[in-house]
Design a protein around this ligand. Structure first.
Ligand SMILES: NC(=O)c1ccc[n+]([C@@H]2O[C@H](COP(=O)([O-])OP(=O)(O)OC[C@H]3O[C@@H](n4cnc5c(N)ncnc54)[C@H](O)[C@@H]3O)[C@@H](O)[C@H]2O)c1
Length: 330
C-alpha cells in the first residue's frame, strides 16, 4: 500500500482533462480517469496507460459512477465544451451538467472527497458588465441555442453550492475563460484551432460577424496551475481563471496569419445567435486568493500550440469530424 492521494478526473480524455491527468501524475497522485469519449480521444492519455498510478474507465458519468476504494479529490470536467459540440449534442450536454454532477456529488459525499467543477465564463452569458467579476450574475437566454450549455453550467454551480451548504461538502467552483493549447481538436468550432486549421490547409480564415467581438485566451499550462491552486485552497466561492489580455477577433486573425506565414485572406460570415461580444475575466480574486496570474503570453502560447498542430498528419488535418458523435447521435 502506498499513500498516494487518489483523484478522479471526469472528462479525462478531453483537451483540459488530459492536461490535468499529466499534472496530477507529475505530482505523484493516483489518477482515475473517466470518459465516454464523446468528444475526447484516447490518444490524449494513452502515454499514461503504462503507469501503475493511472487507470481509465470508459464510462458515461451521466448514467452512473462507481469507483472502488478511497477518493481524496474529484474534478468534474466532463462536458461537451465547444459550441459546435453542444449544439449537436444538446441533451447529453444538459445531462452531464445535471445528472453527471449529481452522480459526482453523491460519490464525493460517500467518499468524503473534495470536489471541483469546471464552470465557465459562459455563466455570464453575453455580459453587460465588463470585465466580468465573480459577483456578476450574468445575462443568459435560457431557451437560446447556447442555453443548453450555459444553463447546464449554471445548474451545476447551484447544485454544487447546495451540497456545500447543506451537506458541508468541500467544493470548488472554477469559472474557466477561453483556454487553448495542444490537444484541442482542429475543427471543434473554437476560433483558435479553426484559424490555425484553415491556415495550415491553405484556406481563407473565416470571421463570424465583423471581427470587432473580443476574446481573451489563456494558455493551458497557466489554467492547470490555477486549477491546482484552487483545489488546494480553502476557498469555496467561484473563482475566475483566465487571461485578461483581450484581443478583437479581427486582430487575432491577423496574428495567426503572421504566425503561420501564410497569405490567406480573411472572409466574413454572419455572427451566430447569442454569440458574446466581449469576454474578459476580472482575475482580482485569483491573484489575491490563489496568488495566481497567467505567465505565458499569447505569442509564446501560440508558438507552442502551432507547433502541435503542425505535427499532425495530413489525414488528421483534413478530417471533417474530430469526435465520436456517430456512435451517440442517431
Ligand atoms: N476549453 C475551454 O476553454 C473551457 C472553457 C470553459 C470551461 N471549460 C470546461 O472544461 C471542461 C473540459 O473542456 P475541454 O475544452 O477539455 O473539452 P473536451 O470536449 O476536449 O473535453 C470534454 C471531455 O468530456 C468527455 N465527456 C463528455 N460528456 C461525458 C459524459 N457524459 N461522461 C463521460 N465523459 C464525458 C468528452 O468525451 C471529453 O473527453 C468542460 O467541462 C468545459 O465546459 C472549458
Amino acid at each position: 500500500m502506498n499513500n498516494r492521494k487518489r483523484i478522479l478526473i471526469t472528462g479525462a480524455a478531453g483537451f483540459l482533462g488530459s492536461h490535468l491527468c499529466d499534472r496530477f501524475i507529475k505530482e505523484d497522485y493516483h489518477v482515475i480517469a473517466m470518459d465516454n469519449l464523446i468528444t475526447g480521444r484516447l490518444k490524449n492519455i494513452e502515454h499514461l496507460f503504462p503507469l501503475e498510478n493511472f487507470e481509465f474507465y470508459n464510462q458515461d458519468v451521466s448514467t452512473f459512477i462507481h469507483v472502488p476504494g478511497d477518493l481524496d479529490y474529484i474534478l468534474h470536467f466532463a462536458s461537451p465544451a465547444s459550441p459546435i459540440d453542444y449544439l449537436k449534442i444538446p441533451i447529453q450536454t444538459l445531462k452531464v451538467g445535471s445528472l453527471g454532477i449529481h452522480n459526482c456529488l453523491g460519490l464525493a459525499k460517500a467518499k468524503g472527497a473534495r470536489l471541483m467543477i469546471a464552470s465557465t465564463s459562459e455563466v455570464y452569458g453575453d455580459p453587460e458588465v465588463h470585465p466580468q467579476t465573480e459577483e456578476y450574475w450574468g445575462h443568459v437566454n435560457p431557451i437560446g441555442p447556447r442555453g443548453v450549455y450555459d444553463e447546464a453550467k449554471r445548474f451545476q454551480e447551484a447544485i454544487t453550492m447546495a451540497y456545500h451548504t447543506y451537506h458541508g461538502l468541500d467544493t470548488k467552483i472554477i469559472r474557466i475563460f477561453n483556454t487553448y493549447g495542444p490537444r484541442m481538436r482542429l475543427n471543434d468550432g473554437r476560433v483558435l484551432p479553426a484559424f490555425i486549421g484553415q491556415a495550415l490547409r491553405g484556406e481563407d480564415l473565416t470571421i463570424f460577424g465583423d471581427g470587432s467581438q473580443t476574446r481573451s485566451f489563456c494558455y493551458v499550462d497557466d489554467l492547470v496551475e490555477g486549477i491546482y491552486r484552487l483545489l488546494h485552497s480553502d476557498y469555496n466561492q467561484p473563482v475566475n481563471v483566465g487571461n485578461p489580455d483581450e484581443i478583437s477577433i479581427g486582430d487575432f486573425a491577423e496574428e495567426i496569419i503572421k504566425l503561420t506565414g501564410t497569405d490567406q485572406k480573411v472572409i466574413y460570415q454572419d455572427l451566430p445567435v447569442n454569440d458574446p461580444k466581449q469576454r474578459q475575466p476580472d482575475i482580482t480574486k485569483a491573484i489575491k486568493i490563489l496568488g495566481w496570474e497567467p505567465k505565458i503570453d499569447r505569442a509564446e502560447g501560440l508558438k507552442r500550440t502551432y507547433a502541435y498542430f503542425k505535427s499532425l498528419s495530413t489525414e488528421e488535418l483534413n478530417k471533417k469530424e474530430h469526435n465520436n458523435f456517430d456512435k451517440y447521435v442517431k
